[in-house]
Design a protein around this ligand. Sequence first.
Ligand SMILES: Cc1cc2nc3c(=O)[nH]c(=O)nc-3n(C[C@H](O)[C@H](O)[C@H](O)COP(=O)(O)O)c2cc1C
Length: 362
Amino acid sequence: MALTSLAMPLLRLLPAERAHELTIRALKAGLAPGRTPSDDPALRTRLWGLDFPNPIGLAAGFDKNAEVPDAMLRWGVGFTEIGTVTPRPQLGNPQPRLFRLVEDQAVINRLGFNNEGLGVVTARLTKRARTGIVGANLGKNRDAADATADYCRGVATLAPLVDYLVINISSPNTPGLRDLQRRSEMGALIHAAVEARDAIRLDDPPPILLKIAPDLTQQEIDDIAGVALGSKIDGIIVSNTTVARPASLRSANAPEPGGLSGKPLFEPSTAVLAEIYRRTQGRIPLVGVGGVSSGADAYAKIRAGASLVQLYSALIYQGPALIGRIKRDLAACLKRDGFRHVAEAVGSGADRIRSGVDRQGA
Ligand SMILES: Cc1cc2nc3c(=O)[nH]c(=O)nc-3n(C[C@H](O)[C@H](O)[C@H](O)COP(=O)(O)O)c2cc1C
């Protein structure tokens, strides 16, 4: 721990993408606690037949190529999500393409699905022992002629190797990707992905989740909830980064094109989460992500309707010790309000969060 608190300010001096590469290299070289810390029983939760030791997960984009899932699990996350991985390797957009907004505790990225492709990722996942919950976030290649075929390849290839799959139709850095959130496209895509999974006849087929954007109108939220309820989707992750630029941003990097994450995303993504929870009547498990940087934030996501929570940007500013702090403070919040388990608190505050989404759609 002392090493990481020393390294954090040094990493901050480097360009953001270089700091990320060094962090992955250090984790590969063994920078992680030897043993996973044990969690407060109040944090345990069971979903899709999986036992999560705690509801705090690492969001997609940190470990795009499945290099360090087990190291991150040892840092104490309850689950980790590799990817986004596309069928073929691709370089992504020209650098620089990752920017810190220090004054805003935020990040802008326009990486564009840089990744080593399904072949390399499959080889890595095949080698690991299946302990700890790992999901895979799937995308399409930028030049794909058939988006559905790309997602289905990801599903068929990785379904035997991971605990859950995510259909990512919300990254802002692949042209046309977010159009797949339209009512007409989404239903057909979910149907094809479920068929691709079921065709390989696994004993324990992994659940398929959808990851959506925070930049949605009320009508679009309604459409997504409607399609999801009428489909075999197992869960929804709310949300990816935003293309909006709140007026509150102070950093000089704010005008950079790309997806904004971190603190300024908390309110709009939580508002969409609560809205999706209400419109799906709590019938589809939700994963809340966007701007979580404390136990209170994680608790707010759960109260808004999330059964699980993910984070990424806050780790850039606070380092991996944040994971333990969030879990401790979340357990304290649950106890203070008389909830015995995470599951009891899910959605208990969803009705109170209404205003944000109106502003979001404006
Ligand atoms: C550098 C960076 C890369 C990301 N790459 C991906 C990605 O490949 N796939 C994806 O679904 N989300 C990606 N995300 C979005 C995160 O998974 C998450 O939805 C978003 O950052 C909001 O959470 P946060 O505010 O805690 O960072 C990325 C985010 C960042 C900051």
